[in-house]
Design a protein around this ligand. Structure first.
Ligand code: SF4
Length: 281
């Protein structure tokens, strides 16, 4: 199979796959490759992670961004320990019962750990599917189409390959000449025809198609940046109310710092006793 030599492709360990899928959802693949081994060494099983305070998991997650995922992972691990004897289920509805686990992650675990023939739809695959059929897909259509296309018994390889096409070739500016799907791609055909006839062109069907993510809002100066700074600081030591605004990068915006810090507390990423913010124990 063409594509990147990613370490998790050599494993069918459902815990490794679950952790890796959660990490990779909003973090660059290169950083996941770097951080995954250390994280799994610290938390080798769901029970090992669930037995640690959530603050230890948040601390280990520092630098990966979107820290709420660490809290969700702790909740999911506790559920796996308490409801499934520490073993990750392969049944879709049981996976969906895990706190913080949505349809994408449930299907990814079934396919990449247990080799089921589900269709997995991340933003890369959603883009490929819209372009293959040359039409914008509705949310109700994209998952059905992904499921229908999986060749029987080939779910693991099929989804990995489609993900690679999306990540490496079918990008916003696609490299169609290197794509193995080119002969079957309706958008590629439409573009070639438009180029020949001098038509204005074939609009990209992936734009505004379901599950294709749009550009993220700017990080610099955002609330998200302040939240990240606070959690990073808390991983080192508690933060007093008087230091909060400076610590979050907004020394002149005390009210904003307090309001955003309250969302960090509400998300289970910190505690506040009226004076000091701490990682939860
Ligand atoms: S031929 Fe081009 S547009 Fe079609 S799936 Fe491949 S890379 Fe994407």
């Amino acid at each position: 199979m063409f594509g990147r030599d990613l370490p998790w492709r050599k494993s069918r360990d459902p815990w490794l796959i679950l952790v890796c899928e959660l990490m990779a959802q909003q973090t660059q693949v290169s950083r996941v490759v770097e951080r995954l081994p250390g994280f799994l060494q610290q938390f080798p099983t769901p029970t090992a992670l669930a037995d640690q305070p959530v603050g230890a998991v948040i601390q280990a997650w520092t630098g990966l961004g979107y820290n709420r995922r660490a809290v969700n992972l702790h909740r999911a691990a506790a559920w796996i320990r308490d409801e499934h004897d520490g073993r990750i289920p392969s049944n879709r509805s049981e996976l969906l019962n895990l706190p913080g686990i949505g349809p994408y992650t449930a299907r990814a675990v079934r396919v990449f750990a247990f080799e089921y023939d589900d269709g997995v739809v991340d933003t890369n695959i959603a883009r490929v599917l819209a372009r293959l059929g040359n039409r914008q897909l509705k949310a109700s259509e994209v998952q059905q189409l992904a499921d229908d296309l999986v060749p029987v018994g080939e779910g693991w390889a099929w989804n990995q390959a489609l993900m690679e096409v999306g990540a490496l070739l079918c990008r916003s500016k696609p490299t169609c000449e290197a794509c193995p799907l080119q002969p079957d791609c309706a958008w590629n055909t439409a573009r070639a025809r438009a180029a020949k006839t001098g038509d204005p062109g074939a609009p990209d069907p992936a734009k505004r198609s379901a599950k294709v993510s749009t550009k993220q809002s700017t990080f610099d100066g955002s609330d998200r940046q302040g939240r990240g700074r606070l959690v990073k600081a808390l991983a080192q030591s508690p933060v007093g109310l008087g230091q909060l605004a400076t610590m979050m990068g907004w020394p002149d915006q005390v009210a904003r710092a307090r309001q955003v810090a309250s969302t960090v507390v509400a998300d289970g990423l910190a505690t506040f006793d009226g004076q000091t913010y701490r990682l939860p124990s």
